[in-house]
Design a protein around this ligand. Structure first.
Ligand code: ATP
Ligand code: LTN
Length: 331
């Protein structure tokens, strides 16, 4: 008898169209690892409302996120695909975990510090407790592995801390303790306009990000305008974050080591690097855009996948929640 597959789970916020950073840091690895795991992927629309969203846009982006997962190679026949808000247990377990997570821990989260600094005078409480809902997402499915970009590592460490804390209090079988999986290359793709900041789908400057539904020409234009560094030699070093970012993008998408790519540019200019990177990005993004558009147009196919996925997810999540409630004396 073969051992049951381990569970791999991840998610993206449908706060805007997905970016090349989301693809390289997350989606691509989900697709590469999927066949060896029992996969659970969803769109975290409850996380997205920690920042103001237009309801019509949110509905559209949520579906598009899942269509993009499939377009990026996730097999909808194998993976459980759904929308977070359709599985009420995520919010229910989050409340419980809130009671076992400390203010000090949440105050140290880098994402909270960054996002709250930009939120103005009124910082939504949800922005503060965001990682607790994420811990709930993960722990509900007895997850083993969570493939994410480098920025999410801290949240997964917090998830582990909460799980271990509760296992110590209520028994080792309360929660399975998950592990992050961070890619070796491309765990942190930088903005094309400010290579010292992460490429982010909610960046107010659209030129900093390549979106996965952009046309080939839009992508070429953005890469052509990418901010590079002073000097002209193509080298991989800290003092050239713009060049380094383009080299990283190429390396992640082609699988070639950065050193080999650098060697191929001996005597060439930044312009060459930009044009080549643009073509490599177009080759990866173009089929994803076409397939996601097709899936968005074929409404009933996605509806069916999401309905089946939510049903499967609710059954799994209810089982975990029942176990946790029993351990805690809540039933
Ligand atoms: P937002 O701007 O709304 O915060 P985001 O673009 O930072 O969004 P998330 O939804 O927070 O994206 O992240 C989804 C997944 O993509 C996570 O696994 C995250 O680590 C990964 N990711 C996001 N941005 C990058 C990036 N620039 N490089 C590599 N991975 C990334
Ligand atoms: N916080 C993550 C999105 C997210 C997530 C998750 C990722 C929410 N729940 C569970 C992995 C597993 C982010 O990328 N900002």
């Amino acid at each position: 008898m073969t051992a049951p597959k381990k569970t791999m789970l991840s998610a993206v916020q449908p706060s805007n169209r997905l970016t090349l950073g989301n693809y390289i840091g997350a989606l691509r690895n989900w697709a590469q690892l999927q066949k060896d795991y029992d996969c659970v992927f969803f769109a975290v629309n409850l996380h997205a409302i920690t920042q103001r969203q237009d309801p019509k846009e949110l509905r559209e982006q949520t579906r598009r996120a899942v269509a993009t997962y499939i377009a990026a190679g996730i097999d909808p026949k194998e993976a459980t695909l759904f929308i977070q808000s359709e599985v009420p247990q995520h919010a229910e377990l989050a409340w419980v975990l809130n009671c076992y997570c400390y203010m000090g821990e949440l105050g140290r989260m880098t994402q909270f510090k960054d996002k709250s600094a930009k939120a103005g005078e009124n910082i939504p409480v949800g922005l503060f407790t965001y990682p607790v809902l994420m811990a709930s997402d993960i722990l509900l499915y007895d997850t083993d592995l969570v493939p994410v970009g480098a920025d999410q590592k801290q949240h997964i460490e917090l998830t582990r801390d909460i799980a271990i804390r509760m296992n110590n209090a209520y028994g080792a079988d309360t929660f399975r303790v998950p592990q992050p999986v961070i890619p070796q290359v491309g765990a942190r793709i930088m903005s094309l306009q400010d290579p010292t900041a992460k490429m982010s789908k909610s960046d107010p400057d659209p030129n900093g990000s390549v979106y996965l539904n952009e046309t080939d020409d839009q992508i070429r234009k953005k890469l052509k305008r990418a901010v590079t560094d002073s000097g002209s030699e193509i080298t991989d070093d800290e003092s050239k974050p713009g060049v380094r970012n383009l080299l990283t993008i190429q390396s992640a998408l082609t699988g070639k080591p950065v050193s080999e790519i650098v060697a191929s540019y001996a005597g060439k200019q930044y312009g060459h690097l930009k044009v080549d990177t643009a073509e490599i990005v177009v080759q990866s993004v173009s089929p994803i855009r076409a397939e996601a558009d097709r899936l968005m147009a074929e409404k009933s196919f996605l509806d069916q996948i999401l309905q089946t996925g939510a049903e499967k997810a609710r059954i799994r999540a209810a089982k975990t929640l029942k176990r946790v409630y029993e351990h805690l004396g809540l039933r």
